[in-house]
Design a protein around this ligand. Structure first.
Ligand code: PMP
Length: 409
């Protein structure tokens, strides 16, 4: 077993304390902390070669362009695609919107999403459905908290143009069987878009294995800077999209009354891109690959198993999603019976300097399906430790004692 505790020194935020209590950061599903290597890469761009890319012929411009395109290649390697299939966007949300506004919809086209999606993978489909007269429906979930494949298949028709689902739920931590969903979608001639915001940072993900057509993720959840994310578009699928935004760089030839589109991937990247963001994200990916995403997955599985054990031992705790850590990623959502999630999160902060999220985590329909308004979510990453979970156990026990939480009310 690889000891990951040494790498904590790479993350400056982890040295923060409140009083004598070190920060325990369990809000990794919202965003991750950044290691020095990423901060340095971003700083180095601004200090040493902060010029535009793809424009100048002078050597500094060439250097910046090379670093920017090398970053793309590094990121493409991570998910097993070609650099030409990888578009830089602002975040997962923008990637989904780019697909939603880019696809050349035909009246009567159908989109199928699921009730377990983050709002980012719901609202864009609602907007374009209204605008272009499309039919939108949602697949339900099974009692194990994954998309019900039978229900999904029953909703598909010859008119289904796109299936858009998450790989990993940002509430339940469960993993959908994306490969089977791809087969079902393709059997009906539909495209599959995968929201991989919660999977790419935490496990090996390969777009060829998943057989998806489009895939999105955000850099900030995988140790990278904010403001950079990626949209993978399988080669050939770009023909189904019209660039929703126009401007410089995305064209190869312009007349007063027309233009010719540039090649992929630049045709979908108008204007000056987030150069420092791309370079910082590549540094983050080098950092993760040096550890190994399989190692990170195993580490998070151990933390999740321990978190589930802690929650199960306490009276009056409701846990959402399956109990088997094999069936979920490092995300555990729960409630203390009769206590608001916000209060639990505030007390975890006050008593233990533990950062967790409370609310509906941008997944209101899923919470409604679970019969709750909100939940408390603890989510882990490579720098979290068993010792931190011990503090979580003690702090949560104290909260249960002080609030007199009981098994039944
Ligand atoms: N999808 C999922 C599953 C997520 O967890 C998130 C972030 N919470 C998003 C999409 C949106 O990510 P971003 O805000 O970085 O665009």
């Amino acid at each position: 077993m690889k000891d990951l505790s040494k790498l904590r020194e790479d993350f400056p935020v982890l040295s923060r304390k409140r009083g004598d209590k070190p920060l325990i950061y369990f809000d990794n599903a919202a965003t991750s902390l950044k290691p020095r290597q990423v901060i340095e890469a971003v700083k180095s761009y601004y200090e040493n070669y902060s010029v535009n890319v793809h424009r100048g012929v002078y050597s500094l411009a060439q250097e910046a362009t090379d670093l920017y395109e090398e970053a793309r290649a590094e990121i493409a390697r991570l998910i097993g695609c070609k650099p030409s299939e990888l578009i830089f966007v602002k975040n997962a949300t923008e990637g989904i919107n780019l697909a939603a506004y880019g696809i050349k919809w035909r009246r009567g086209d159908e989109i199928i999403s699921s009730i377990m999606e983050h709002h980012s993978n719901m609202i864009p489909w609602q907007i374009v459905s209204r605008r272009f007269g499309l039919k939108l429906s949602y697949a339900g979930i099974t009692s194990s908290g994954i998309i019900d494949l039978e229900d999904l298949e029953g909703k598909l028709s010859r008119n289904t143009r796109l299936v858009a689902v998450c790989h990993v739920s940002n509430v339940l931590g469960t993993m959908n069987d994306v490969k089977s969903i791809a087969r079902i979608a393709h059997d009906h001639g539909a495209l599959l878009l995968v929201d991989a915001a919660q999977s790419v940072p935490h496990m090996p993900v390969n777009v060829r294995d998943l057989e998806c057509d489009l895939l999105v993720f955000s850099g900030h959840k995988l140790l990278g800077p904010t403001g950079i994310g990626c949209l993978y578009i399988r080669e050939g699928v770009e023909e189904e999209l019209d660039p929703p935004f126009g401007g410089g760089e995305m064209i190869s030839h312009v007349e007063l009354d027309g233009y010719r589109l540039n090649e992929m991937p630049w045709r979908l990247e108008p204007g000056t891109p987030n150069i420092a963001g791309a370079i910082g994200l590549a540094a983050a990916i080098r950092y993760l690959r040096a550890i190994g995403l399989d190692v990170i997955r195993e580490h998070e599985k151990r933390l999740t198993a321990c978190a589930l054990e802690i929650l199960e031992e306490l009276d009056g705790v409701e846990i959402y999603g399956p109990r088997d850590p094999e069936e979920r990623c490092g995300i555990v959502s729960f409630n203390l019976r009769g206590v608001s999630g916000d209060l639990v999160a505030a007390l975890l902060d006050e008593f233990g300097n533990i950062a967790v999220r409370s609310g509906f985590h941008c997944a209101q329909p899923l919470h409604r399906a679970l019969g709750i308004k909100s939940s408390v979510r603890a989510s882990f990453y490579l720098y979290n430790t068993m010792d931190e979970l011990e503090v979580f156990r003690e702090t949560l026990s104290r909260i249960c004692r002080e609030l007199e939480v009981r098994a039944e009310r």
